[in-house]
Design a protein around this ligand. Sequence first.
Ligand SMILES: [Zn+2]
Length: 125
Amino acid sequence: MSIGFWTPERDALVCTMWKAGHSMQQIGDALGTTRSAVSSRMRRLKKMGVLPAPPPPDKKIVPFKGMPPPRKPKPVTLMALERMSCRWPVIVHDDGPLLYCGGQREHGSSYCSNHTKASRPQKRA
Ligand SMILES: [Zn+2]
C-alpha cells in the first residue's frame, strides 16, 4: 500500500462509516483495501483524536466498582426459588401463592442481606 493511500477524503469516509456502525471489513471493501489496513488506519485516527472510539458492541458495560447497582429482587413463588434465593416471605395473598423475596442469599443464611438483618432481633439504643 502506498503512503499516499490515506487521503483526507478516505479518512473522512472511514469516520463516517465507522460511526454509522459499519465493520472494518465493510469499510475496507468500500475503500478497496483490506480490513487490517482499515484497522491500523483507525488506530492512527483514534490516536490523532479524529475518530471517536465507540464501545465495542460485544463488551458488556461494567458497573462502577464499589457501587453495585441496587438490585431489586423480584418476588418469586416457592417453585421458582433457586438454591441461593432468599426465602423470606414477602407477599401473602389470601387466594394466591405465597411469594418469597428471591434475592441473593447470604452465606450461612436462608435470607438475603436485608432479610438476614430483619430476621435478627433488633437492638434498641
Ligand atoms: Zn430477601
